[in-house]
Write a protein that binds this ligand. Structure first.
Ligand code: CAA
Length: 241
């Protein structure tokens, strides 16, 4: 029986590449999405990966959504916390809503998603939790006090939970993508992207979603059981920890 993997924000951008790579590696994959129903349905039709709609910033929605996934496919053994949003603004212009939305999705979303699967992983003595943080959680980024705070929080969450899961066969790791060529990054003003960001990337280009997906497949594998609490930086040399 193939292991069941659940990918949040799994129908677009990096998440879509992760869902597809896990499926191609033999996992039974469920892809969660929150917003764009049309794109999600097209993704489902194209890939054969079932999609499930709920908002990761809502705890009860996560409990109910995970129950629906588990009823359809079986217990979640690999959880990829990928869903994330940006509400970029210089701090002096940032509104409380921009702060709260990003913290609730990008940080609290990890609690909301991991908590409902954690007891099952402990009971089965196996689990993989892979959190998609960001280079900007490591180095900070102007215009992203909210996002950088949430993504740095994801790293603390990863390291604390790794210690709790270790004796129970559960690994918890993070990946920090750099700037990847997704809609989220393409939404940055072109002038900022071309003149300020790409010149800071030593490999001279944006990353590909598949380059992050490959890291997830590695961490999800049974053979990666000795790796926990770690962070893989995949950023084209832009920042070394
Ligand atoms: N790196 C370097 N400089 C930056 C920058 C960045 N990422 N973002 C903005 N700046 C600079 C601008 O070039 C500008 O400099 P000048 O005044 O010298 O031209 C200055 O900061 C102010 O920027 P704006 O004129 O654009 O100010 P604004 O108030 O109109 O907009 C902003 C501010 C919304 C933050 C906008 O600049 C922006 O969207 N910047 C991009 C921020 C960013 O890097 N977001 C990452 C999104 S991708 C992501 O989050 C995925 C991931 O994990 C990596």
């Amino acid at each position: 029986m193939s292991r069941v993997a659940l990918v949040t924000g799994g129908t677009r951008g990096i998440g879509a590449a992760i869902s597809i790579a896990l499926k191609n590696s033999g996992y039974t994959v469920a892809a969660n999405f929150a917003g764009n129903e049309e794109k999600a349905k097209a993704f489902e039709a194209e890939t054969g990966i079932p999609v499930f709609k709920w908002d990761v910033s809502n705890y009860q929605a996560c409990v109910d959504g995970i129950a629906a996934v588990e009823a359809a496919l079986g217990p979640v053994e690999v959880l990829v916390n990928n869903a994330g949003i940006t509400r970029d603004a210089m701090f002096h212009k940032m509104k409380p809503d921009q702060w709260n939305e990003v913290i609730n999705t990008n940080l609290t979303g990890l609690f909301n998603m991991t908590h409902p699967v954690w007891t099952g992983m402990r009971d089965r003595s196996f689990g993989r939790v892979i959190n998609i943080s960001s280079i900007n959680g490591q180095k900070g980024q102007m215009g992203q006090a909210n996002y950088s705070a949430a993504k740095a929080g994801d790293l603390g969450f990863t390291k604390a939970l790794a210690q709790e899961g270790a004796a129970k066969g559960i690994t918890v790791n993070a990946i920090c993508p750099g700037y990847i060529g997704t809609e989220m990054v393409r939404a940055i003003p072109e002038k900022v992207l071309n003149e300020r960001i790409i010149p800071q990337i030593p490999v001279g280009r944006l990353g590909e979603p598949e380059e992050i997906a490959r890291c997830v497949v590695f961490l999800a594998s049974d053979e990666a059981g000795f790796i926990t609490g770690s962070t893989i930086s995949a950023n084209g040399g832009q920042f070394f920890v």
